[in-house]
Design a protein around this ligand. Structure first.
Ligand SMILES: [Ca+2]
Ligand SMILES: [Ca+2]
Length: 294
C-alpha cells in the first residue's frame, strides 16, 4: 500500500499529473480498491500478534479472523462456522464527497467502491457480473476518445514517470524497505547516472530521444511496475483487477489509459502478460526478463 501511496503522490508531477489537491483524495479512495494491499500479509501480521493473547482472550466470534474479499462480509452459519456472503449495498457507509464515487464499466456511477463491490457480488455467476469491473475513480464522465497520435505519446510519458517514481522511492527509502536490496542496487545505478533526465515536464521529442539514448535505464522500471501489480496471483499475467490500482486513478486524468492497456493485450485474452507489457512500453523482446520482476 505504501508503495502505491508514494506512487500516486508522484502523480502530482507535471506529466500524468493529478491536481495536487486530489492526491490525498485518490490515496484514500485507493485504499478501498481490491488489490492495493496484500491480504496474505495482513493476515500473517495479525496472526503474529495474536499468538500471545490467544489463550487469555479466546476469540468468540469466528468472523474476527475470517477474511472476506471486497463486496463480501463474514457471517456464521448454524454450526458457528464463518462464511463470506455478499454485502447488502445499503449497509455500505454513505459517501461524504464526490471523489468517493466510482464509475463501473457499465458506465454507472456507484456511491462508493463498497457499493460497487457489493453490487458486483450480487451478480456473481452471471454474465453481467463477470463483465462488470471498477473502471475508474470518481463519477462517470465523458472521456474524450484517444486518437492515434495521443496513444503514441502515452508510453513515452508513462515510462519516464515510472522511472521517476522508482528513483523517488529509492531516495525516500532509507528505512522503509519498500525496495529489496537487489532492487535498490538496480535503482542506484539509475539514480547515480549523470545523464538521467530529471523529473519534470519534457517535450515528447526529448522523451523519445532519451529513451533511445538511455534505453537501459528504462528496462528495470517497466519490469518493477509489472511486479507491483502482478500480486493476485503472482503468475506473470495482469488481470483487470490487478491493473486497477494503476488504471482507475489514471483514467479520469489521462484519456488514453483505457485504449493503451487494451492494446497491450495483443492476443486479446483479457490478461496482460509480461511480454505484452514490456512490448507496450517499447522494450525489446530480448530484454524481457522474468527475474527482474521479483
Ligand atoms: Ca497475476
Ligand atoms: Ca494477453
Amino acid at each position: 500500500m505504501q508503495v502505491w501511496i508514494v506512487f500516486l503522490l508522484c502523480l502530482g508531477g507535471k506529466a500524468l499529473a493529478a491536481p495536487a489537491t486530489e492526491d490525498e483524495v485518490i490515496d484514500e479512495v485507493l485504499e478501498e480498491l481490491p488489490v492495493g494491499s496484500n491480504p496474505v500479509q495482513v493476515e500473517t501480521g495479525e496472526f503474529d500478534e495474536a499468538i500471545e493473547v490467544e489463550e487469555e482472550i479466546p476469540s468468540e466470534n469466528p468472523c474476527l479472523n475470517h477474511h472476506c474479499k471486497k463486496g463480501k462480509v463474514c457471517e456464521v452459519d448454524e454450526s458457528n462456522t464463518p462464511m463470506c456472503v455478499c454485502q447488502d449495498p445499503s449497509t455500505c457507509p454513505a459517501s461524504t464527497a464526490e471523489f468517493e464515487h466510482v464509475c463501473g464499466t457499465d458506465n454507472k456511477t456507484y456511491d462508493s467502491s463498497c457499493h460497487f463491490f457489493a453490487t458486483k457480488c450480487a451478480l456473481e455467476g452471471t454474465k453481467k457480473g463477470h463483465k462488470l469491473h471498477l473502471d475508474y475513480i470518481g463519477p462517470c464522465k465523458f472521456i474524450a476518445p484517444c486518437i492515434d497520435n495521443e496513444l503514441n505519446e502515452f508510453p513515452l510519458r508513462m515510462r519516464d514517470w515510472l522511472k521517476n517514481v522508482l528513483v523517488s522511492l529509492y531516495e525516500r527509502d532509507e528505512d522503509n524497505n519498500m525496495l529489496s536490496e537487489k532492487q535498490k542496487l538496480r535503482v542506484k545505478k539509475i539514480f547515480e547516472n549523470q545523464k538521467r533526465l530529471q523529473a519534470g515536464e519534457h517535450s515528447l521529442d526529448l522523451l523519445a530521444h532519451d529513451f533511445e539514448k538511455n534505453y537501459n535505464m528504462y528496462i528495470f522500471p517497466v519490469h518493477w511496475q509489472f511486479g507491483q501489480l502482478d500480486q493476485h496471483p503472482i503468475d506473470g499475467y495482469l488481470s483487470h483487477t490487478e491493473l486497477a490500482p494503476l488504471r482507475a486513478p489514471l483514467i479520469p486524468m489521462e484519456h488514453c489509459t483505457t485504449r493503451f492497456f487494451d492494446q497491450c493485450d495483443t492476443d486479446n485474452d483479457k490478461y496482460i502478460a509480461l511480454e505484452e507489457w514490456a512490448g507496450c512500453f517499447g522494450l525489446k523482446e530480448q530484454d524481457v526478463d522474468k527475474d527482474l520482476v521479483i
